[in-house]
Design a binder for this molecule. Structure first.
Ligand SMILES: [Zn+2]
Length: 308
């Protein structure tokens, strides 16, 4: 090959390399990885999608955890397909964890999914719907807001693609929830004000990824759930020293550090970043380091964290 042609070839290959969001689409192409679809909280001014995560294994998006606003766009950008998912898990039904669920389901209608889609989340109370209520409030045949898509929700039918929502009867100690192939999922009840809320443990391909969801960190359940996790994704929604309602809903850095340390997690990712914690990363990190000696990273949208 002469030098002009080889230069042209190099130029062509470079243009290919830069014409795709290569880093995002390569997440989890080999082995197991967690991808952050939404690293923000409810505030749009944080310029981040709200809470949502994917667990990838060998190029397949196997598990979706939460679907906050903006996450449907990030889902598309990640290169994932709704037909790849084994299961969707909800931590709770605040808008910043569930607002884009309908958009994801509508998109899935254009894919060729041929198996049920199990959906697991918390039970309800007077204040919040259960998981089955949440899904039927959206897609139920009679009163669902999007009842024109009710054919995607027919509880009990197993033959082809239908959503199959389930309420998890959670306890203060972890319970096994779902199993399929090399995937096993368990949950524990966590305290998030009056909102029924779960933290999730995803075991896949011999790796363990734990998602705190929103919680104030009370109790020992999350420590048990996160024990020896390869990756612990915790929500950095409030800074150190916060009081009142914010503290009753969320865990400050010192509590994240204590849980990560007590659970001996191998790596800690901080997500659900809000205007009140953005810019305070140094303070947050030093509080956590008092009790947890391992690596700490702050998440941004579409960040990919391979589990080695
Ligand atoms: Zn939240």
């Amino acid at each position: 090959m002469n030098s002009t042609r080889s230069l042209a070839l190099v130029g062509f290959l470079l243009s290919c390399a830069f014409s795709f969001p290569a880093a995002a689409q390569a997440c989890g192409s080999q082995g197991v990885a967690a991808q952050v679809l939404g690293s923000g909280g409810p505030e749009l001014q944080d310029k981040r999608a709200s809470s949502s995560y994917l667990v990838w294994e060998n190029g397949q998006a196997r598990v979706l955890i939460d679907a906050g606003g903006g996450s449907a766009l990030r889902f598309g950008e990640s290169g994932a397909q709704m037909s790849q998912l084994d299961v969707i898990l909800f931590t709770h039904f605040h808008v910043d964890h569930s607002g884009d669920f309908s958009a994801l389901i509508k998109s899935s209608w254009f894919e060729d999914r041929k198996r049920p889609l199990p959906i697991y989340g918390p039970e309800g109370n007077d204040f919040m719907p259960s998981t089955t209520e949440f899904v039927s409030d959206l897609f139920g045949e009679k009163h669902g807001a999007y009842r024109y898509l009710s054919e995607l929700l027919a509880p009990g039918e197993e033959a082809s693609y239908k959503m199959q929502p389930h309420n998890v009867v959670a306890t203060p100690a972890p319970v096994a929830v779902f199993r399929g192939g090399d995937l096993a999922v368990s949950a524990v009840r966590v305290v998030h004000g009056a909102v029924p809320a779960l933290a999730w443990r995803v075991e896949i391909g011999g790796k363990v990824i734990v998602f705190s969801g929103d919680t104030n960190g009370e109790g020992q359940g999350l420590v048990q759930l996160a024990r020896n996790a390869d990756l612990f994704i915790a929500h950095n929604a409030v800074p150190e020293g916060v009081t009142g309602i914010e503290r009753r809903l969320h865990m400050p850095p010192s509590v994240i550090g204590q849980i990560a340390g007590d659970a001996h997690v191998k790596s800690l990712i901080l997500s659900h970043r809000m205007l009140r914690t953005l810019g305070k990363e140094d303070q947050t990190e030093s509080e956590i380091k008092k009790q947890y000696p391992g690596p700490i990273k702050f998440a941004n949208d579409l960040d990919c964290f391979p589990v080695k």
